[in-house]
Design a protein around this ligand. Structure first.
Ligand code: NAD
Length: 526
């Protein structure tokens, strides 16, 4: 039973109100969902619903078109101010934001669990990811170097210069309601931009709590709050942000379907866009794999976050020699899963995020049955949910009859805990299946044979953006650039060279000689 949880309409449970109050959200009847230096919002009221209990956590006041327009103007003004603050000073602000987030790590992690539904350790992990990327960006703020290029002309130098880009809009998905914004804000601020956030309409409270923490730091330092503004709302607010010529870079994380619209819209006005879209990630298990590591990793990849990570394991390719053994062990782990309150530290499986997500799960199960797939385990709701109004479904393993990866069952991302499996005979076949889908986010091989590793990470290997060896598909550290290829959108965020997308580059040729020669020896003498 869920401590302190109550059905909808009977006031906020103590469990929820304690978490919200600890983050400065005490009155939940109408919470301001717009921040541009001042809190406001007079648009439609949007409900935040707890996926575990079904209770309405708060009603949030979203942005009207006029308020969005004003917020964008404030963001532009904030950029004009902020671009002249030296980068290491911007880094110092990020250091303070990191401290402020760290001080609320537990509370904010609990809010992620409460509002999104992922288990507490993952909720806290998201806040830690924001802290980590702030650390990274503090360092970056002293290392965002340009280059000096050798000129072919005497007395000339060429510089490649990074400057702040402008207004960056971050549109984020429900499943990482804190970390995705963190990746973007940290790099965008270090680069000298002003950032405006349009979060998922189903996780507004996480965005409000984060914005309160970040704006507290900005305001204490006399920096305009619109350096890190917020506009909550649904699809209309999202499309207005994407269409706005006042936005220089749109960083979008979400589904392929919406990403396709966003990508085309931004390109049609020649804006910059980063797309982080759906994944359809496979694990390949070779006969020499250490199954004591591989089985739990696949279990976490497929069942963790109730299958709602972009990097969740959705396809499992087992070598014939170990297929039965692997499946036997995996089934035992699935049988041990007990759904529960994500805020309870013993829980491994929380709810799906929304009722719609439960519908997506059931549609996929229905389709699997229609095509005569074997449902090895799962395939339905729990007979006894921890709380009847919660969105709990059974993690599912299926063996579709066809292993043709272009079939819908293999080729689309179903954002639910469903793992489709197939048996292969040689690595080339498994790599072929791995690569045959439209998406290209994460992939993983389990082997102890160096020759397999070489093939897997080489030119004829996995074509995903994340190509792991003896590490599951799910989860990543902030140090490397994160993102996927093909219909996952080709975007890169977080570490590596991702910061280079958040600046505008100029090639500056400087002539310090007494002549003005043309390049390539071109002569234009009169
Ligand atoms: P979604 O596409 O439904 O929504 C994402 C955002 O787009 C939300 O803020 C939404 O309000 C906004 N939006 C909706 N319609 C819009 C429009 N026409 N114009 C502009 N904005 C619009 O995605 P979701 O269901 O919240 O998230 C799940 C998806 O996100 C999955 O496909 C998952 O794989 C993907 N995801 C990808 C990554 C990654 O890094 N590749 C990370 C997390 C999630």
């Amino acid at each position: 039973a869920l401590r302190g949880a109550r059905p909808v309409g009977r006031g906020l449970s103590t469990r929820a109100s304690d978490i919200l109050t600890s983050l400065g959200i005490s009155s939940t009847a109408e919470v301001s969902g717009v921040y541009d230096g001042k809190w406001g919002g007079s648009g439609e009221l949007m409900q935040s619903i707890c996926p575990t209990t079904g209770e309405v956590l708060a009603r949030v006041k979203t942005a009207t078109p006029q308020e969005l327009h004003e917020a964008l103007e404030k963001t532009r003004e904030a950029y004009v101010f902020f671009r002249n603050i030296p980068a290491p000073r911007r880094g110092e602000l990020l250091r303070q934001i990191r401290e402020a987030l760290g001080a609320k790590r537990e509370e904010l992690g609990a809010l992620v669990s409460l509002e999104m539904g992922k288990i507490k350790t993952e909720g806290v992990g998201e806040v830690q990811e924001f802290v980590d990327i702030c650390d990274y960006a503090v360092g970056l703020s002293r290392m965002m170097n340009g280059r000096v290029v050798a000129s072919e002309r005497p007395g000339h130098s060429i510089l490649e210069v990074p400057n702040p880009l402008g207004v960056v809009a971050v549109l984020s998905a429900f499943n990482f309601p804190v970390a995705v914004y963190g990746w973007n804000l940290a790099l965008s601020m270090a680069a000298g931009n002003a950032t405006i956030w349009k979060p998922s309409p189903t996780t507004p409270l996480c965005s409000i709590a984060v914005t309160k923490i970040v704006s507290g730091v900005l305001e204490r330092n006399g920096i305009p709050g619109a350096v890190a503004g917020l506009v909550t709302g649904g699809k209309d607010v999202g499309s207005a942000v994407v269409e706005s010529k006042d936005v220089d870079l749109v960083s979008f994380t979400g589904s392929e379907h919406v990403g396709r619209i966003v990508g085309k819209t931004v390109m049609s006005r020649f804006g910059k866009v980063i797309l982080e879209l759906g994944g359809n990630n496979a694990s390949v298990i070779m006969p020499d794999a250490d199954l004591s590591l591989a089985v739990p990793a696949v279990f976490f990849g497929a069942v963790g976050t109730a299958g709602q990570r972009c990097t969740s394991t959705r396809r499992l390719y087992l070598h014939r020699q170990i297929a039965d053994e692997f499946m036997g062990r995996l089934k035992k782990l699935y049988a041990s899963v007990v759904p529960g309150d994500p805020l309870d530290s013993a829980t491994l499986l929380g709810p799906m995020h929304t009722k719609d997500a439960v519908g997506v799960y059931h549609n996929a199960i229905k389709h699997l049955k229609e095509i005569d797939a074997e449902i090895v385990t799962g395939g339905k709701n729990y007979d006894q949910s921890p709380l009847d109004a919660g969105n709990f479904v059974q993690p599912t393993i299926a063996i579709p009859k066809s292993v043709n990866p272009t079939d819908q069952i293999w080729s689309t991302e179903t954002f639910a805990p469903i793992l489709n499996t197939a048996v292969f005979d040689d690595l080339e076949e498994a790599i072929g299946w791995n690569n045959a889908v439209p998406q290209g986010l994460s992939s993983s091989i389990w082997t102890r044979d160096l020759r397999n590793v070489g093939k897997w990470i080489g030119p004829s290997g996995s074509d995903a953006g994340i190509v792991n060896v003896n590490v599951g598909t799910s989860g990543a550290e902030i140090g490397a650039a994160f993102g996927g290829n093909k219909s996952t959108g080709w975007g890169r965020e977080s570490g590596g060279d991702a910061w280079k997308e958040y600046v505008r580059w100029s090639a500056c040729t400087i002539n310090f000689s007494d002549a003005a020669p043309l390049a390539q020896g071109v002569s234009f003498a009169t």
